[in-house]
Ligand binder design. Structure first.
Ligand code: HEC
Length: 184
């Protein structure tokens, strides 16, 4: 009994100091995987780029706001990594979230000066931040099959590397049924 109490205490104690858990909990939950969140990030950064080219300040701000205030995925983000990588990826999430926020805010500020060169520089800074995380982590990810997520318990994803049967693949039948335009 004492052991159980001790374990509960330690669990609560360690979670209270887990900044990545706190960060994810502070964000509004959504019904998308981490990969789907990244796809929105890509769209939002294109929006900033387009806004700069078109000198549309609102478009730049909408893109930057979408990046700064993105929602949390429907699973703990680190579940796409291997267990031994969780802590390093958690640390990266905390650090990069902070940096993305700062740069997005800088873009919103600088665009109001209508200095498009400066805005582009801030945007390049943003892209560098995105890709520096990608260089370390993108190829390490094992995207989660959205159907495996139990939304009432987002930690219930198996804490192991998915094997090739568990990895998400589009149904073969669907691929087979696509019209073959390359064959006359
Ligand atoms: C904390 C690390 C991190 C940061 C910061 C980050 N990404 Fe990603 N991104 C990833 C990982 C990991 C993947 C691979 C996800 C997967 O395949 O499941 C990814 C994948 C992507 C993809 C490909 C999605 C797909 O469908 O394959 C795009 C686009 C993307 N990120 C855009 C961005 C943009 C734009 C930013 C900056 C505004 C950004 N990312 C910041 C980690 C990050």
């Amino acid at each position: 009994m004492r052991l159980i109490l001790m374990m509960i205490f330690l669990y609560t104690f360690s979670n209270a100091f887990d900044n990545a858990e706190k960060l994810v909990d502070s964000k509004q939950k959504s019904d998308m995987t981490y990969k789907e969140l990244m796809q929105i990030m890509g769209r939002s950064s294109s929006m900033i780029h387009q806004g700069i080219l078109m000198q549309n300040r609102q478009m730049v701000k909408d893109g930057a706001n979408a990046i700064a205030h993105h929602k949390a995925p429907n699973h703990k983000p680190w579940l796409i990594m291997e267990t031994f990588q969780y802590q390093a990826f958690k640390d990266t999430l905390v650090e990069f979230d902070n940096r993305l926020h700062q740069i997005a805010d800088a873009i919103i500020k600088v665009v109001d000066e209508e200095d498009w060169t400066k805005t582009q520089k801030a945007f390049s800074e943003l892209t560098l931040t995105c890709i520096s995380c990608h260089i370390s982590w993108k190829s390490e990810a094992h995207p989660i099959n959205p159907k495996q997520i139990n939304s009432s318990n987002p930690t219930q994803h198996p804490h192991k590397h998915p094997n090739s049967d568990e990895m998400y693949k589009p149904p073969l039948k669907m691929l087979r049924d696509l019209p073959r335009r390359d064959i006359p």
